[in-house]
Write a protein that binds this ligand. Structure first.
Ligand code: SF4
Ligand code: SF4
Length: 193
């Protein structure tokens, strides 16, 4: 990253750079407008123009490396894989994971999370929790993004049930179905058509 003292005189007085930025933005605007008009009359179809996706009614599928909303993975019997070791919460730079550990009734399992919550308003989606987990108990491979609407802070806190349900839903219906489910929830809330 460049330090302030490395800026040239032209960059320090801002105005030429602002004008240059306007030319770049304007250049893209007119290029796209021109190409879209040509496409409408059947010309220059081999040249692509930028489009705006009308999210959430339309969406482009995210790539496999996309860090989406979290999920807690499950054991074969459907119980939570997490052993409440707190490594994810310790690694989390946003301090947004809250875990309450409890003794597991099965003696072969030391602990389990009685409560496991992620405050998605504080989460920065860095993936450190996933990296820190020693037993693959938390993943961000859901291909969905965090909530976009809510009426209170509690609406944005994802608890153990929500995080486990994502894994169940993915197992039963595939990854894409999570996006469909999320969009149908937005429609119910009146924030999507
Ligand atoms: S993605 Fe980053 S900020 Fe979010 S819960 Fe995980 S470690 Fe914390
Ligand atoms: S999700 Fe993984 S790192 Fe976090 S408490 Fe559970 S087992 Fe430990």
């Amino acid at each position: 990253m460049r330090r302030p003292e490395d800026l040239t005189f032209r960059e320090r007085i801002y105005v030429p750079e602002i004008i240059r930025g306007l030319f770049v933005t304007g250049g893209y605007f007119w290029r796209n407008l021109f190409l879209h008009i040509l496409h409408q009359i059947g010309l220059a179809r081999d040249k692509s123009a930028m489009i705006t996706v009308q999210y959430p009614e339309e969406y482009i599928a995210y790539g496999p490396g996309y860090r989406g909303s979290h999920r807690l993975t499950l054991k074969d019997d459907g119980s939570v894989r997490c052993t409440a070791c707190f490594l994810c919460a310790t690694a989390c730079p946003a301090r947004c994971i809250n875990i309450e550990a409890g003794e597991h009734p099965d003696d072969s399992v030391e602990k389990y999370p009685v409560h496991y919550e992620i405050d998605t308003l504080r989460c920065i989606y860095c993936g450190m929790c996933v990296e820190a987990c020693p037993c693959d108990a938390i993943r961000m491979d859901t291909a969905i993004h965090p909530m976009i609407s809510g009426y209170s802070r509690e609406d944005f806190i994802e608890d153990k049930r929500v995080l486990m349900d994502r894994s169940r839903f993915m197992e039963e219906n595939g990854t894409d179905s999570l996006m469909d489910e999320m969009l149908s929830r937005y429609r119910d809330q009146g924030v999507a058509k």
